[in-house]
Design a protein around this ligand. Structure first.
Ligand code: C2E
Ligand code: CA
Ligand code: CA
Length: 573
């Protein structure tokens, strides 16, 4: 039986004696009672020792009636309080409990057992109250502060910053593609990930900073005592770095990247609510600019966000309104100079806004979930067109279709893609899928299963934007792929930047050793093409060889007798 430590604050000696006797008689040896005769003495005891319960008189020589309760709570807010009083007053009893005490006992009433029970209930009641207050203030999944406590802490942080003439940085952190993980691996895995992310965030912050989870996969950090933008940048860099390592979720290796938005008090706004909104806008802008990065809030962001919201509605209408068109860009074999294929690139003819670039609306379509419908349409249209060309008697070429990362993460993606192809009557061997390196690395095992299924059905697989991600040679060896597509950012500077030239040569050499095709995209000059040819790159695509054009214009490339004059030019140059 564990002892119950009672602090009795009572200046009347007779009452002290009586209570001791009653409790002892009821439960011998159960109670360890420490007595003080003044409130001051009681508070000193509370400062030094831990008590299970405080029993106190309200009329103490150095106390102020009901305020005694507040004084005790300020010293130890977790200790249950039972008030002992000579007054048998319902009204006072109610006041006492409203003030935060757990029970009210009238002297001379009740026997020992009754008092024992009152003490035990008081302890129990306090425990429940604290549990409730924990629930009200903390996120039960991660143990981080919840939205309520976050707001309270933010308000306090702003006041402190005013006083100390420092800044507060407010960070909003959103996990890219979290929904994917939830959808594909299940909620348990999603929950586990959130817990681990919370742990990593805690490792990045300093003492005194508040980390909160505002809901879903949205986290926030309140950084106090900030003197310059660089202080915030340091922490954000840490966050981005910590997240780079994979998460081990039910023995699957998962990579997540955070997008971080930052607003600064009092530079951006002086209102707590606006600060949060601003950090949120900055976070969206980070997502737009390619994820896994951070952005500080700037005033024109709100305008842009409004524009985007508008765009989502327009995007929905575009699907029904046949506002999408495909352009086709040719791909050539560098050695034989043959036309090998075309990449389908979507264009949106938006009434009132002209042609909108896919670089702008595809990320929006991904976020809003509309990407699925759009991709279905692209596959359908691209395959239909390719099939029509074959029926018109042109030499068969392969049609490349871009699969966005978000889309690749969806369940049943292989089946969904394949079904679209089947419906179009085009043989799968004339279809190529371009999937970015980043999308594949999100969940390596799963990716490879999907690739195997697709490749098994005869579909050609290319890794798009190759070189920008972080895939290792060991993964590449295992992946069921046909082609590496060197990102155009490397090709662009190949002639000026020795590093880029070295990267491109290395990718070509690596592709060769793995017996993979390699294509360079964004080839704009004959010099670039010659360099690539010299290094052994087998395919090329770019403005030099042909810009993306409509289906009708593309037939001219066929008519050109499948040899691009520009390639000849480049070779003879
Ligand atoms: P991407 O897959 O890397 O496509 C290549 C982009 O580079 C295209 O831009 C193309 O027009 C452009 N390009 C081609 N040759 C050159 C060149 O020599 N120089 C320069 N500077 N650029 C060149 P576009 O059509 O604006 O597409 C941008 C991105 O949008 C694509 O990048 C792709 O990620 C995405 N996208 C386009 N169409 C679709 C689609 O149907 N579905 C999905 N999911 N994404 C698409
Ligand atoms: Ca592409
Ligand atoms: Ca690309």
């Amino acid at each position: 039986m564990s002892k119950v430590n009672i602090l009795l604050i009572e200046d009347n000696e007779a009452d002290v004696h009586r209570l001791n006797e009653l409790l002892n008689a009821a439960r011998e040896g159960k109670y360890e009672i420490t007595t003080t005769v003044t409130l001051k003495g009681g508070l000193a005891q509370l400062a030094d020792n831990k008590f299970d319960v405080v029993i106190t008189e309200l009329n103490l020589p150095d106390a102020d009636g009901i305020n005694t309760i507040t004084d005790i709570q300020e010293q130890d807010k977790s200790v249950p309080i039972v008030v002992l009083s000579v007054q048998d007053s319902e009204e006072l009893a109610l006041q006492v409990v409203q003030q935060g005490a757990q029970d009210y006992l009238v002297k001379g009433q009740g026997d020992g057992l009754l008092i024992c029970r009152a003490i035990e209930y008081a302890i129990e009641r306090k425990r429940n109250e604290q549990g409730l207050s924990y629930l009200a203030n903390y996120d039960s999944l991660t143990g981080l502060a919840n939205r309520l406590l976050f707001r309270e802490r933010l308000d306090r942080a702003l006041i402190r910053a005013d006083r100390n003439k420092t800044l507060v940085a407010l960070l909003v952190i959103d996990l890219d593609r979290f929904k994917n993980i939830n959808d594909t691996l299940g909620h348990d895995a999603g929950d586990q990930l959130l817990i681990e992310v919370a742990g990593r965030l805690e490792q990045c912050t300093r003492e005194g900073d508040t980390i909160a989870r505002l809901g879903g996969d949205e986290f926030t950090i309140i950084m106090e005592d900030v003197k310059a933008f660089e202080d915030a940048v340091k922490i954000v860099d840490k966050v981005l770095n910590r997240m780079k390592n994979s998460f081990d979720l039910f023995s699957r290796e998962i990579y997540v990247s955070p997008s971080v938005g930052i607003s600064m008090y009092p530079l951006d706004d002086t209102d707590a609510g606006h600060l949060l909104k601003n950090a949120d806008s900055a976070m969206y802008s980070a997502k737009e600019s390619g994820r896994n990065c951070y952005r500080f809030y700037t005033a024109d962001m709100n305008k842009k966000l409004l524009l985007n919201l508008n765009m989502e509605a327009k995007l929905r209408r575009a699907i029904d309104g046949h506002e999408f068109v495909l352009n086709y860009q040719p791909k050539f074999d560098i050695n034989t100079q043959e036309l090998l294929g075309a990449e389908a690139l979507i264009r949106w003819h938006c009434p009132g806004d002209g042609v909108i670039s896919p670089a702008v609306f595809i990320p929006l379509a991904e976020e809003s979930g509309l990407i699925g419908v759009i991709t279905d349409w692209v596959i359908n249209e691209a395959c239909r067109q390719n099939s029509a060309w074959q029926q018109a008697g042109y030499a068969p070429i392969r049609m490349a279709i871009n699969i966005s990362p978000r889309q690749f993460g969806q369940e049943n993606i292989a089946r969904r893609i394949f079904n679209q192809i089947i419906c179009s009557d085009l043989a799968p061997k004339y279809v190529e899928l371009e999937i970015t390196e980043g999308a594949l690395m999100d969940d390596v095992e799963r990716s490879n299963e999907i690739l195997r299924e697709l490749k098994g059905r005869g579909i050609h697989i290319s890794i798009d934007d190759f070189g920008t991600g972080y895939s290792s040679l060991s993964y590449l060896k295992k992946f069921h792929i046909n082609t590496l597509k060197i990102d155009q950012s490397f090709v662009r500077d190949i002639m000026e930047d020795a590093d880029d030239a070295a990267i491109v040569s290395a990718i070509i050499a690596m592709a060769k050793s793995l017996r993979l095709n390699v294509i360079a995209e964004g080839v704009e000059t004959p010099e670039q093409l010659n360099y690539l040819a010299a290094k052994g790159c087998n395919e090329a695509q770019g403005y030099l060889l042909g810009k993306p054009v409509t289906a009708k214009e593309f037939t001219k490339i066929f008519d050109n007798n499948v040899v691009s004059p520009t390639i000849k030019l480049a070779h003879s140059a």
